[in-house]
Design a binder for this molecule. Structure first.
Ligand code: PGA
Length: 252
């Protein structure tokens, strides 16, 4: 049975005191269940202090994005080795906000994904369609292209340690969640696309759902056969809300 991963993407929120209170709250309520893994992705300035705070615990640490370059004249960017240095193990790549607000193309996302894998960290690759694309019945084409860009660059072996997150853009921060069946259909499509190249890798890949996941809808989503947890935005900013999702996961 695959693990269930509940990953918090804090986006550009918080400050030192608030973040440390949030992490303390999560640490105090971590579910006592080996199958449930919890991960937080704070903004860059707080990665080091969060790493220190969660050291020795089972809470995992990730970054929200990374540069595809290893070092040099890239003002404002952060490299994989820097993330490793401060204790990160996971990196979100291709979040829809990065794609839409910062112009990251699928090719750029694939390059970041490759940098993460080459650097020995675990990428969490986000894919997802907009509302217009869903209404035009282009969901599978869009997700297929986003995933294909990565597969073409790193090969299926590059996905062996990766996590994929299906995040329909229309469900992010809107309170409009995909129904468990809508999400399951896309997760199954993603797993089949990987399975077409390697069935074992496909079976082992964690595929998270993201988009307005809350304590009261998490169980329905996570009980679907191809949904292995969630990437949580808004509800990851309060320990109680985040832990409610972890508790729902533990109850499955
Ligand atoms: P949300 O965000 O849970 O606030 O919808 C999800 C995400 O952007 O990862």
């Amino acid at each position: 049975m695959r693990d269930i991963l509940v990953a918090g993407n804090w986006k550009m929120n918080g400050d030192s005191a608030g973040n440390s209170e949030l992490v303390a709250g999560i640490l105090a309520g971590m579910p006592d269940n080996e199958r449930i893994k919890l991960l937080v992705c704070p903004p860059f300035p707080y990665l080091g202090s969060t790493a220190q705070q969660l050291a020795g615990s089972k809470l995992l640490l990730g970054a929200q994005t990374v540069s595809e370059h290893s070092a040099g004249a890239f003002t404002g960017e952060t490299s994989i080795s820097m993330l490793k240095d401060v204790g990160c193990e996971f990196v979100v790549v291709g979040h829809s906000e990065r794609r839409s607000l910062f112009g990251e193309s699928s090719a750029a996302v694939a390059a970041k994904f490759k940098a993460v894998v080459d650097g020995g960290l675990t990428p969490i690759l986000c894919v997802g369609e907009t509302l217009e694309e869903r209404q035009a019945e282009a969901t599978e084409r869009v997700i297929g292209e986003q995933l294909r860009a990565v597969l073409d660059l790193v090969g299926v072996a590059g996905l062996a340690t990766a996590i994929v997150a299906y995040e329909p853009v229309w469900a992010i921060g809107t309170g409009m969640t995909a129904s468990p069946q809508q999400a399951q259909d896309v997760h199954e499509f993603i797993r089949q696309m990987i399975a077409a190249e390697d069935a074992d890798i496909a079976a082992a890949t964690l595929i998270l759902y993201g988009g307005s996941v809350k304590g009261d809808n998490a169980a329905g989503l996570f009980s679907m056969s191809d949904i292995d947890g969630g990437l949580i935005g808004g509800a990851s900013l309060k320990a109680d809300d985040f832990l409610a999702i972890a508790t729902a996961a533990a109850g499955i």
